[in-house]
Design a protein around this ligand. Sequence first.
Ligand code: PMP
Length: 400
Amino acid sequence: VFSHIVHAPEDPILGVTVAYNKDQSPVKLNLGVGAYRTEEGKPLVLNVVRKAERLLVDDNSRVKEYLPITGLADFNKLSAKLIFGANSPAVSENRVVTVQCLSGTGSLKVGASFLGRHYHQKIIYIPLPTWGNHPKVFTIAGLSVKSYRYYNPSTRGLDFQGLLEDLGNAPNGSIVLLHACAHNPTGVDPTPHQWDQIRQLMRAKALLPFFDSAYQGFASGSLDADADAVRKFVADGGECLAAQSYAKNMGLYGERVGALSIVCKSADVAPRVESQLKLVIRPMYSSPPIHGASIVATILKNEEMYREWTVELKAMADRIIRMRQQLFYALKDKGTPGDWSHIVKQIGMFTFTGLNSKQVEFMAKEYHIYMTSDGRISMAGLSSKTVPHLTEAIHAAVSN
Ligand code: PMP
């Protein structure tokens, strides 16, 4: 009965790792997947995460019972505080519903399914380009996916005029997916003033903001600064959704820990929204896993551990910024043709290099360097030792 099934294509991002794993070269380099690596090229478990895990293991009162459908209550409260701010009026007015979900993807998925069932407008606008999973998650939820202009390849910056035009022409009430900070894959974010203009336009047309916050703290090194855009939207009293991930900022990739928050207009709406979120989650996976959320809650509620986290998070963000500088100066010193200043201007984990798919292919074949075909490289996968090899490869690819 299954013999008619055709082989599905490899995921474009995870497929890069498949190709990398097959390569036998000792100098091979994987700049595809957005996971942090140390200077030595190794995955990193934060010290504060190890500490939290030890506390959890030593606490014999802890059991492995099911969590409620909405997850760990402490975790939800602390996650809302982290993204919306310690003094958020929306939180203190009980207008925010937060449910623990399976990392950023799971949070987007639960939010998308909720909107597909209960929101009157089924159109969602996503930036062009965006993270490849976005259109899939929203389409499966029954939403009609359209895109708005975001990136201008000729300036390697934001196509702000195009963005305003496209959102200006969107049907009233449309949902708009916004990257809270460190836009993936471009590394290009609106300025605070541009965010204000986007917000005013969206509120005037009753467009519903759905924030994807996968990199809070990872862009600037400051958790508050990276949540600024989200907080501005919440501060005007309107509704919004936010999907949070702890994959990058706490290094909890495989623990799958994240949260979906829905900011409602008033406190009487919130419990009704929560009751419907439970109906979305229950048939999907019943309830979320306990371990990752317990780690996060342990860290967020302890002042000393929270401080330790921010120091380790800043160290990761700073190393990425150093890699940007090293690569930029190496290309400059080598006299590589082109303007490479976007490498230091872009924000977050990725650089959108501007290399085309042919050049990407060339670099894999000749230099054993792997990246997504759109020329996106994960700066976190680089180290001082590998910058010269990448510089050689880029130089050869663009001089070819
Ligand atoms: N959104 C964006 C923009 C991302 O880059 C990612 C991670 N690549 C995610 C969401 C979700 O990641 P996760 O499910 O691992 O939290």
